[in-house]
Write a protein that binds this ligand. Structure first.
Ligand code: NAD
Length: 486
């Protein structure tokens, strides 16, 4: 046996390395965070927030009714003039304090994020929570430099922002929304998603500890009806929404003619393009990160894998081998690569699209792994023999499922990549810098990564084209969405 064969025959076994939730200080029941305190809902309800890995309740949470939302908006309205009148330096200090407190509670926030949402604790600890803190740090720095962010023009806050976030990055999306809004002198009413409200409520505790004036931030969990009611509140000056394209269109219709500025961060079906001159092993890691990170519950997931025909067999072979080494299971185990699917509803949606893929003639391969008896799980899956018209090549699956298409020329790669109603992100794998720039400039995608994927930074703008939405979050571009510039 050659040395090479001996080396590749090693099988790694991992002993469980679970994070302990023991020190997490969750309350049994959370009220609505309105006017600086947790309050009982007046016309809302209380519902349990479930752990998708066990189907057990993690804590009970108040869901806002229309009257509760009105109260939150009124409180934000009262607080706004004084918040805007503070100097940027003072507002920045509050944001800075929030960032530091997030850092201090990193471990707890990471564990709760994984318990409430199902994502591996390795990701919530190393990505979600540090990036949430980084967003507050970043916009803390901008608060006293707003004029520089808008090329020296006069900039004023919009007023009260209604902000709605999805369940896939609950704390991080809250940070993406709140940090720039507050830095610019707006106040905010934030509605977390129905299945993952807990880290936003821990953020409310942090906001209390940071002594933000009451009403500057309201956090009101609720379902889709609460979101729909919030955007229809008459006394709001801005709506920022991250979620599905269908709901985005509904919000756009609700705001038509009202003159309320809107930012939409919607769905995607992003192309991850591997050229024959790419560093193949590196590309395979990027493909895995692109689609299996956060169980594929990522708006910019590299869910359409475009491989140059000459290397397709090699890439697919290596990808399949690498997928076989993914560890699926307990989100709180630090060895876990792929955690639980966020909800039963989302699992049903993934299953239905995967069945459609099989029925339409694509070839499905899912890795064999032991899945826990309880909870919601889906084994990492790759589809080959995919045609561009197949539903799995067109629709957002939002799960650990990648659809492989091939191409022969650069022009064909660009055409196939742009053949989507979405335009959120793309990846390009090549060792030719000029080719990467040429392809990137021809792609209709808000973010294009070269030789990496799912790389986020608070200084970089993020947002979509076409049905992936409009407006940008992150960096100086993210200030524009919260300022009236004259
Ligand atoms: P969703 O649209 O169902 O829900 C998102 C949020 O909107 C939730 O808080 C929900 O309660 C609320 N909502 C539901 N119906 C509403 C209505 N009629 N009016 C107002 N609010 C309403 O999306 P989801 O399933 O929670 O999240 C997944 C989607 O989010 C995917 O399509 C994903 O691509 C997208 N997403 C986009 C980005 C981005 O930055 N572009 C980031 C993360 C997720």
């Amino acid at each position: 046996m050659s040395t090479q064969e001996v080396r590749t025959s090693i099988v790694w076994d991992y002993a469980p390395a679970p994070e302990s939730p023991d020190h997490v200080r969750l309350r049994d029941s959370y009220g609505l965070f309105i006017d600086g305190d947790f309050r009982d809902p007046r016309d809302g309800t209380r519902v349990p927030s479930l752990n998708p890995a066990t189907e057990e309740p993690v804590a009970e949470v108040a869901f806002a009714g229309p009257g509760d939302l009105r109260r939150a908006v009124e409180s934000a309205r009262r607080a706004q003039p004084a918040w805007a009148a503070l100097s940027g330096l003072e507002r920045g200090k509050y944001l800075f304090r929030i960032a530091r407190l997030i850092q201090e509670r990193t471990r707890e926030l990471a564990i709760v994020e994984s318990m409430d949402g199902g994502k591996p604790v390795r990701e919530s600890r190393d990505v979600d929570v540090p990036l949430a803190a980084a967003h507050f740090f970043h916009y803390a720095g901008w608060a006293d430099k707003l004029a520089y962010g808008v090329a020296g023009r006069r900039a004023e806050p919009l007023g009260v922002a209604a902000q709605i976030v999805p369940w896939n990055f609950p704390l991080l999306m809250a940070a993406w929304k709140l940090a720039p809004a507050l830095a610019c002198g707006n106040t905010s009413v934030l509605k977390p998603a129905e299945t993952t409200p807990l880290t936003a409520l821990l953020l409310a505790e942090i906001i209390q500890e940071a002594e933000l004036p009451p009403g500057v931030v309201g956090i009101v969990p609720g379902d889709g009806a609460a979101g729909a009611a919030l955007v229809r509140e008459p006394d709001i000056d801005k709506v920022a929404f991250t979620g599905s394209t269908g709901v985005g269109k509904d919000i756009q219709a609700a705001l038509a003619g009202r003159g309320v500025p809107l930012t939409l961060e919607l769905g995607g079906k992003s192309a991850n393009i591997v050229f024959e001159d790419a560093a193949i092993d590196q590309a395979v890691e990027g493909i895995v990160n692109g689609i299996f990170f956060n169980q594929g519950h990522v708006c910019c997931a590299g869910s359409r894998l475009l491989i140059q025909e000459s290397v397709a067999d090699t890439v697919i072979g290596k990808l399949w081998e690498r997928m076989g080494r993914l560890r699926v299971g307990d989100p709180l185990d630090k060895n876990t690569d792929v955690g639980a699917i966020n909800s039963r509803e989302q699992l049903d949606r993934i299953r239905s699209l995967v069945s459609a893929g099989e029925e339409e003639g694509a070839v499905r391969r899912s890795i064999e792994c032991e899945l826990p008896d309880r909870g919601w799980w889906f084994a990492p899956t790759v589809f080959t023999e995919v045609a561009p018209a197949h539903r799995i090549a067109v629709e957002e699956i939002f799960g650990p499922v990648v659809s492989v298409l091939t191409f022969r020329t650069q022009a064909e790669a660009i055409e196939k990549a742009n053949n989507s109603t979405y335009g959120l992100a793309a990846g390009i794998w090549t060792d030719k810098g000029a080719k990467a720039f040429e392809v990137a400039s021809a792609l209709q995608a808000g973010v294009v990564w070269q030789n990496t994927y799912n790389h986020f930074d608070p200084t970089a703008a993020f947002g979509g084209y076409k049905e992936s939405g409009f407006g940008r979050e992150g960096g100086p571009a993210g200030l524009r969405s919260y300022l009236r510039v004259s």
